[in-house]
Structures are given as C-alpha cells and as structure tokens.
Design a binder for this molecule. Sequence first.
Ligand SMILES: *Cc1c(COP(=O)(O)O)cnc(C)c1O
Length: 385
Amino acid sequence: MAPPTSDIADALAHVPAAATGAVVVDLAALERNWRALAGAVAPALAAAVVKADAYGLGAEAVVPALARAGCTVYFVATLAEARQVLALAPTATVLVLDGLMPGAAAAYAECGAWPVLSSLPEIVEWSGFARATGRRLACAMHVDSGLNRLGLDAREVQALARDMHLIDPLDVRLVMSHLACADEVAHAKNGQQLAVLERLLPLLPSVPVSLAASDGLLLGAAYHFDMARPGYALYGGQASPSRHAPVEPVVSVHARVVQVREVAPGQSVGYAATWTARRLSRIAVIAAGYADGLPRQMSAADGEAGGSVAFGGVLAPIVGRVSMDLVTADVTDLGDLSIARGTWAELIGPAISLEAAGAAAGTIGYEILTRLPRRFHRVYRGTGP
Ligand SMILES: *Cc1c(COP(=O)(O)O)cnc(C)c1O
C-alpha cells in the first residue's frame, strides 16, 4: 500500500522555498515495517540491517525509530557505522558485517561492537587480542554456505572443529550465513545452502543461528532459525519479484521544476543532442541530476526508453541526457496538469517504486536507495512516540 499521497503533499508544502529537492522519510511506516517483519519471523528475533547510513535514509533518524519499535540488534558494515549506532542506541547489540580489519582489534573492543568473523585469520587475531588482554570478547561467526563471498568454508569449519581451543577466549554469540538467490523463491540454491549450513552447524559452537535477510525470511520458517536480518524490506523494498514482503513504502523523492520550455520539432534536448523533438513539445527541466542519485542510465536518446518522473501520479518520460544537476522530461501529454516553475516532480514515490526506478536504470532498487540525494531537503515524518 502506498502512503496516502496527501501526506506527501503535506510534507512537501513545508519544504523551504529555496530547496531544489526533497526526500520524505516516513518513520512511522518504518516502525510498522519492522514490527510486521518481526511478526513474520517470530518466535525468531528480527534484527535490523542499518549499514550505509541505513540504506541512505539516515541512521540518525532510522535507528531511534527502530529502537522505539522494539529492535535491539543492528547490523552495520563498518566500525565507524557501529559507533554511530551505539551512540544512538547505547543498549543495542551491534554487529560489524565486514568483520575485523587487521590491526583494529583494540578499536573494536573499545567500541563494544561484535565483529562478524569470516575467516581463520580474523578468528586468530580476535582471540589473540582476547587472550592478551584477558577479556572474553564477543563476536559472531560467518560460515559460507555457497555465496562464496564472506565466511568460513567447510574445510575451515572442519579445521576449526579440530582446534576448538582457538576460540576458547571468545564469547561466540551467533553463527550466521547468507543466501545468494533468496529473491528467486524456486531457486535450487536456496535449499542447497540451507543443507550446507545444517551440515556445518554441529561442528560449530551451539549458539543462535541467522541465515535470512529480507528475501530469505519470505522463504519460510525453515530459513528463520533464531534471527532474521532484514535491511531493504524495512525501508519498503520489494526485492523478490514473486513474494510480497509485508511492508509499505517509506521513502519518496521529489525535485522542483526549474522551468517548462517549448521545443520545436527538429530541435534536440540536452548534452550530445541525443533526443530530438518530433512535435512541438513541452519539456520540464527538473532540478535533479546524477549528482542527486538519478542514474545517468535513465537518459533517453531518440527511439530509446529511459526513466520517468511523475506529476500527480502520471508518468512523464525522461528525454535526452541526465546531467549532473538537471533532468528533462517530456510533459507534452500531461497538458491537464498545471506543471510550471516550482511544481514538484516525483522521482520515487507512489507512482515510481524503488524497483521501477532501478529497472529503468539497469540496476536494482537497493542502489537507488543507497544513493538518495544528499543535497535535497530531508523531511522525517512520524517522529512522535
Ligand atoms: C546487507 C546484508 C543483509 C541485509 O540484506 P537485505 O537484502 O537488505 O535485507 C543481511 N545480511 C548480510 C550478510 C548483508 O550483507
């Protein structure tokens, strides 16, 4: 369900006049999404993945909202992100997915975040630091079940099982793995990875287990174990084409029309003159460009489809090249709508989902989200308790 358009219009009405663009984040929807996903995986616990500044939405607003909703466990990618989350939610448990950077054990220990250890050298370094300082240091252990990105492979797990005293100084609190194809419900790799993980678990410390991210948790209870780790779905993303996550949109992005110009037939629009008007055209010049996360791949040359913007729920095709600060859209067929200097164009919102924007740029909604514009005005709605 899209957020009521009138709420977005209301938020935009309060944006400073000088702002060229606006990102509207609905924190109440974010809280509802976390609760819905937590309900879907119960009795397993729902953590929240808030890496990359909460997927671009702004950890400073997102983490307190998730904490209000009841979230106590957060995953980030880096130690700097962990510090930020702990400053916002001091009692939270924070895990660092990129693991332990060499030589950084003291910094991790001081921060209190748990590194997710993904290789024997990381385990050796963290346990060596624990032994040297006489502290029992918490961590998670990542095992690879077939993604072949991070995690101990079966051989390393067996080596560790023969040499368990290596982790004696450590307080291993979670064993986790990550799925490669969870957005394809019927993909054989899902079941294969589940089987690999289940085969390796008896060799590992018997602690809580986590496998599923946003799409994995839609695969069913067999994938939930003790904890799910959704990120994208919390922010309204629907990565799986065949399963609908029980979440609603959280973000919309808007930019103002700078001017509307008439372009005569035969005239080109934009850099490199890649698009030519076939008729007398009304072209809206909008204050959003690739520096605002609008991918240049949304450009449209003659005879090619590119991305779209929307006015009042109606799509208008991008024409010509997306430039750094501006984009041009053909609004000739939107004559009924009064599009003029200052009008808001929707880039992401009720008419253009994250997935649609990603597809139009040959990428995925995740990339659109994590590149949300930094120079647009930000409105956080639903900040109340
Ligand atoms: C980013 C990430 C997640 C979250 O994935 P979503 O698809 O955004 O839910 C979970 N686990 C790991 C290991 C990740 O890197």
